[in-house]
Unconditional design. Structure first.
Lengths: 276, 310
């Protein structure tokens, strides 16, 4: 199918871009530093005697910190590699000999989505696999609900990818970048406002947070993932940067999936009606 | 190329129109391109040639009007398996090698693998790029890119080939190559639709031409009819005056006097003796009368005018 041809082309093109390799190298550097840091902490902890419960809390905290970084890096990758895929090809005219072939416009959009999705999921699995193995290898600890947690991080990346494609179908590369990062920022700040609101029992703040996650569900997805993977005591203790006090409901996940679907359909519609 | 049973036109558009806000890019374009002919679209920059072509290919949606291409509606997806297109400002994925590039486009044409494997080397050979099969497009010169662009348009043995300024980046050898390819396509019965500035090329290759300016078609005519009956005459003499020019408008619309040289266009040689008698009666000393077949360039300027370009 033509969409798969485009997917393969997109994957290959993304794989050779310098951004990917920088992200990969930075990711590896991160893993190395993470491993060294964790190893040192572990050594320290072994010398002092504490209960195993405290140990697993600390391990969980460090694990979540690592995963938060992975979440962030994957999102950055999703945006930076895909931000110009449609807008750049339209601006340069590369799109003309493609669109004039016997394939539908939706096949181009879906093909690009699939190509990037494949690359992003591979990157995420590699990096998060690294974090999981490092934590397990050094301390023998694994967080609960890792698979659902990773699935949500993956979903987060796909969300940013979809928004980036919608922006690319409608706007210039620069405007698209501003849009996507802007939305991410709204979600991020909104998420924090909601956290504070829940800690201080301020309903207005909580509502602001909820609205921002409706506009852009990225923070909500992370908070849900963090909730699934955090250790039970953390929620009782209050919040940390890497876990949730105000927990998004499971409906948020459904909303996010529908949101992604809606954004992709909108991207297709936009690209379809566009004069090239 | 598949032989079609009926002799329906390859392209048929009626009142095709494209406006962007206030600006009219293409106004009421109505034309028919028959199967197997080489049709030239001529006009200054910004006349609407590329917009018209993009409407034929479904890249741009018309504001009004409709038409058919290869007997199917303008935006029909499947018809594009039989259409080859080379845009004017072509850009390709430059990280691909020549072979990978053609293979990609062959896949997009839905050509089966065995056919692809046969056609890709054939086309590289045809456009003279067989020695550069494994070279990345990034390293190609503009002329080479134009040639491989032409190759990708011909991959699936199309019934209709649309070329937007196909020779603009080429040296004379390259232009000859493109001309030969067009001639071959014509002998195979393929329809070719050509946008071009290079009037000398159009003169050699086209059967019919349309002149377009500011979105409107000014004239459509077979090339031979257009060229015959237009003769440019230079008359060397003394005593030319502006009043004389007024008197000559009876025979010609394009009159120019530069000191001792009078140039004008006439429809046929038969009026030359009359003009000669007129000049002599007006007291002009006539030294020489030189008729010349008008070039397409002169015709172009005459029809389109010199103010139309952007």
């Amino acid at each position: 199918m033509s969409a798969l041809i485009i997917a393969r082309l997109t994957f290959r093109e993304a794989a050779r871009r310098w951004i990917l390799w920088v992200a990969l190298i930075l990711g590896i550097v991160f893993l190395v530093i993470y491993a060294l840091g964790f190893y040192e902490i572990q050594k320290d902890m072994q010398s002092s005697s504490s209960s195993t419960i405290v140990y697993s809390e600390i391990y969980n905290f460090i694990f979540m910190a690592g995963l938060y970084a992975i979440n962030f890096m994957t999102i950055m990758m999703a945006v930076l590699t895909s931000v110009d895929t449609l807008s750049g090809e339209i601006a340069s005219g590369t799109i003309h000999t493609i669109v004039s072939k016997p394939l539908a416009r939706w096949e181009i959009v879906i093909g690009k989505w699939l190509g990037f999705a494949g690359m992003l999921l591979l990157y995420m699995l590699l990096m998060s696999g690294g974090v999981i193995l490092i934590v397990y290898g050094i301390s023998g600890y694994t967080a609960p609900n890792i698979l659902p947690g990773l699935a949500l991080v993956g979903l987060n990346a796909l969300l940013l990818l979809s928004v980036s494609l919608l922006g690319g179908a409608s706007l210039s590369t620069l405007a698209n970048g501003v849009l996507v990062f802007g939305l991410y920022g709204i979600a991020f700040i909104g998420g924090w406002i909601e956290q504070f609101g829940s800690f201080l029992n301020n309903q207005a703040a909580i509502n602001i947070g909820i609205i921002s996650s409706l506009i852009m569900p990225s923070e909500a997805l992370w908070r849900r993932a963090a909730f699934d993977m955090q250790s039970p005591l953390v929620s009782a203790m209050g919040f940390s940067p890497f876990s949730s006090n105000s927990v998004p409901s499971p409906y948020m996940i459904v909303y996010a999936i529908l949101f992604i679907g809606g954004v992709i359909l909108l991207a297709i519609w936009q690209f379809n009606r566009r004069d090239l | 190329m598949v032989a079609t049973s009926s002799n329906r036109p390859s392209i048929e558009v009626r009142s095709l129109n494209k406006t962007y806000g206030d600006k009219v890019a293409v106004a009421n374009l109505t034309l028919t391109v028959e199967q197997g002919e080489v049709f030239g679209f001529l006009g200054p920059n910004g006349a609407g040639k590329t917009t018209a072509v993009k409407m034929l290919l479904g890249l741009i949606k018309p504001t009004a009007g409709d038409g058919t291409v290869l007997s199917a509606p303008l935006r029909d997806c499947h018809t594009r398996t039989r259409i080859g297109f080379l845009p004017e400002h072509f850009r390709f994925h430059e990280w691909l090698t020549a072979e990978e590039f053609l293979t990609l486009h062959a896949e997009l044409y839905r050509m089966p693998r065995l056919t692809r494997q046969k056609r890709v080397p054939e086309l590289l050979e045809l456009v003279g790029l067989a020695d550069h099969t494994s070279k990345k497009l990034k390293q190609f010169s503009k002329g080479m890119l134009q040639r491989i662009g032409l190759a990708q348009a011909l991959l699936n043995e199309p019934d209709l080939v649309i070329l937007d300024e196909p020779t603009s980046g080429l040296d004379p050898v390259g232009r000859r190559l493109v001309r030969d390819i067009i001639r071959n396509l014509r002998s195979q019965g393929t329809t070719v639709f050509l946008n071009s500035h290079l009037l000398s090329e159009v003169e050699i290759t086209c059967d019919r031409v349309a002149f377009i300016k500011r979105g409107e078609v000014l004239r459509i005519s077979p090339l031979n009819e257009l060229m015959e009956g237009e003769i440019s005459v230079s008359i060397h003499g003394q005593g030319f005056s502006p009043a004389l020019a007024a008197g000559l408008t009876h025979w010609s619309k394009n009159i120019r006097i530069d000191d001792d040289l009078l140039t004008l266009n006439v429809v046929s040689r038969s009026v030359l003796p009359e003009i000669n008698r007129f000049l002599v009666e007006q007291g002009v000393d006539v030294f020489a009368i030189r008729p010349e077949q008008i070039s397409l360039e002169d015709l172009f300027i005459e029809i389109v005018g010199t103010d139309g370009g952007l």
